[in-house]
Design a protein around this ligand. Structure first.
Ligand SMILES: NC(=O)c1ccc[n+]([C@@H]2O[C@H](COP(=O)([O-])OP(=O)(O)OC[C@H]3O[C@@H](n4cnc5c(N)ncnc54)[C@H](OP(=O)(O)O)[C@@H]3O)[C@@H](O)[C@H]2O)c1
Length: 178
C-alpha cells in the first residue's frame, strides 16, 4: 500500500507534510512531491528554512520553536522521516481518507482505523523505472542533488559517523571508484 501511494503518478492538488525535510531523504521527497504537483509543508530546524524554501516548500515550520499541529492545515499525506512523538502528533493533522507513511516505525493501526486514514512503513526498493524517472528529473534540472559530505571508500568509518549526525543537509556520498 505504502509503495503504491508514494508512486502515484499524479499528486496534483494533494497536500503533503514532510518531517525531516532537509536530510538525505527529505530533500529529495520535497522535490519529487513538487514535481508531481503537490502542495508541501515541511518541518526543519531554523537554519534549514531557506534551504527547503529554495527547494520549493510552500510552508516551512521550525520544529524546535513551533508546533506543526498549530500551524499546518489538515493534509492528505504525512511523510514521516523522524518517528517517535513527531509521528504520534502527526495523526492530528491528517484528513480523513489521508495517509501517514513512515520510513521508521509502523504507525498505530488502531488509531489509523479510528480516524479513517491509511498507514504504512515505507522501505526503499530498487526499481529501475523509478530510478530512470528520477534521473530524468535531475537531467531536466527539476530535481537538485544536494551532497552534505563526500568520502573515499577508505573513509567508510567517517562516512558512517557522519550519517549518525542526524542534522545533515542532503546526502552523504561514498566514492567507490577513483
Ligand atoms: N525505510 C527505508 O527504506 C529508509 C531509507 C532511508 C532512510 N531511512 C530512515 O529515514 C530517516 C531519514 O533518513 P535521512 O537519510 O533523510 O536522514 P538524515 O539525512 O540524517 O536527515 C535527518 C534530518 O532530520 C532533521 N531533523 C532531526 N530531528 C528532527 C525533528 N524532530 N523534526 C524535523 N526534522 C528533524 C535534520 O534536520 P535539522 O538539521 O534541520 O534538524 C536532518 O536534516 C532515518 O531515520 C533513516 O534511518 C529509512
Amino acid at each position: 500500500m505504502a509503495g503504491s501511494l508514494l508512486t502515484t503518478a499524479d499528486f496534483a492538488g494533494l497536500s503533503v507534510l514532510i518531517h525531516g525535510g532537509a536530510g538525505g531523504v527529505g530533500h529529495f521527497a520535497i522535490q519529487f512531491a513538487k514535481a508531481k504537483g503537490a502542495w508541501v509543508a515541511m518541518t526543519v530546524s531554523a537554519s534549514n528554512k531557506g534551504f527547503v524554501s529554495d527547494l520549493g516548500a510552500d510552508q516551512v515550520i521550525d520544529y524546535r520553536s513551533e508546533k506543526f499541529e498549530d500551524l499546518v492545515e489538515a493534509v492528505d499525506l504525512v511523510f514521516d522521516l523522524i518517528g517517535g512523538e513527531t509521528q504520534e502528533r502527526s495523526f492530528s493533522v491528517i484528513k480523513p481518507g489521508g495517509a501517514l507513511i513512515s520510513t521508521l516505525q509502523e504507525p498505530d493501526k488502531g488509531r489509523a482505523a479510528d480516524q479513517n486514514i491509511r498507514v504504512g512503513r515505507y522501505t526503499a526498493q530498487p526499481n529501475g523505472a523509478q530510478l530512470q524517472e528520477i534521473a530524468d528529473l535531475i537531467d531536466e534540472g527539476k530535481v537538485k542533488v544536494v551532497v552534505a559530505n563526500t568520502f573515499e571508500l577508505r573513509e567508510v568509518a567517517e562516512a558512517q559517523a557522519a550519517l549518525k549526525d542526524k542534522h545533515l543537509r542532503g546526502k552523504v556520498v561514498l566514492k567507490i571508484v577513483g
